[in-house]
Write a protein that binds this ligand. Sequence first.
Ligand SMILES: O=c1[nH]c(=O)c2nc[nH]c2[nH]1
Ligand SMILES: [Zn+2]
Length: 488
Amino acid sequence: MAKYTIKTIFHGPLINPTSLLSFDTIPKCLVGVNSDGNIAWIERDVSDGQVKEAMDRKGHLHSDGLEVEVIELKEGQFIMPGFIDTHTHAPQVPNIGTGYRYELLEWLEKYTFPLEAQFADVEYAKKVYPEIVKRFIQCGTTTCCYYSTIHLASSKVLADIVHSVGQRALIGKCNMDRHCPEYYREESAQRSVEDTRAFIKYVEPLPLVYPVVTPRFAISCSRELLAGLGELANAASTSPLHIQTHISENPSEVAWAGELFPECKNYASIYDKYHLLRRGTILAHGVWLDEDEVALIQERGSGISHCPTSNFNLKSGVAPVGRYLDCGVKVGLGTDVSGGFSPSMLVTMRNASIASTVVALGHQHGRLNCATSGSTSTYDHGSNSGFSGSPLALATLFFLATLGGAQVCALEDRIGSLDVGKAWDALIVDLQEGSNPALWSQESEEEERNNLAHQLERFIFCGDDRNVYGVWVQGRLIGGTSFVEGSK
Ligand SMILES: O=c1[nH]c(=O)c2nc[nH]c2[nH]1
Ligand SMILES: [Zn+2]
């Protein structure tokens, strides 16, 4: 095994997701991070007076004569894994907050395609992408799964920027060869596949950037294109490529997809037919999936990116996430900018909470008029049973935004929680930073202040980027309020 020396040691409270229903809180944790950016060791319950002794015991204090940086957390700060945004559109950020009087298909035509078409100009991409990526990082997103546009050159620009600033990212050059305006359409299925192949090759040497095969959605892809992309996605012999697409977001879209592919039993079967449904496939939305589709997605090991903010804005519906969890489907969260109006995963978690409450209230009142009309009782409730019918718990929201997202991206061995051997993709959250009065208005008892679960809840429900003190990816500080650009 390669030997790395310890580069940084963190000491303070740590909150770690452990399952859909639980998280670990360690008030005095000591963590050693190697120079390769991976976690070397974690010592629980190390009091202030025991830090030096614990470090000596680890024998890393004077390793190779290199200075070890010790980061001692201040009161009101805690460590947690960085957020994983499993679905968003980098080029749509300039449109944030506009067009929400439309539903999906009209919104695409009137707002989204015209903006994305501007990225044919690579200079425009160079101008806007740096700020866009920074914005996601400042929200505490350590791994982001981005759609770019159909343009190869601009997609490369996005990959270069992500690489230079050090965010971990999954990036897909978008594929579409039909049912989109002529000014924003790839010239042929063959060209689309070739450009995707070129993009994959370009990204290969960038260690934290993962290329993603990205058919926009079934509607905008011919059979030939889907077949070509399926072949490409499954050709790699070593680590299989990621795949991302949209599925079953809006009733009109579902109906149109059905008309375009009458030979397929349902929406999910279209992707399955072209070998695009497997582990490492990220399916955005999944609001209107029927029972067969949910079973198929679970069987194939694909994951759903739940994008509640977007689903509310575009009036798409409310995804029955609890039902999916009960069926053992992997679920993560996505900001889906600019269907979603915020790049913040905190906002997404809040909307996921509200969406799950809406679904639960529908159950209570017997009005299953969201996307919940499929009977839940026919599902085989496995070990995860009991999510449908109730609002998502704090632990579940935390899990979906971190380790659940990692599972959806098939990266759970590397990221999503802070464990030995995994990457130091972490945040220091500071609840005193930014003087957000909402954070402290209820805080009277010292005991509560020390209650980490309580602090996590406050951060999720009323925190913002002022409370993101530090953002580390693979051991490198890349953002947060403490980050000074160009410092390291
Ligand atoms: O929310 C969405 N945003 C998009 O850009 C898109 N394209 C197809 N389907 C989509 N849904
Ligand atoms: Zn989307």
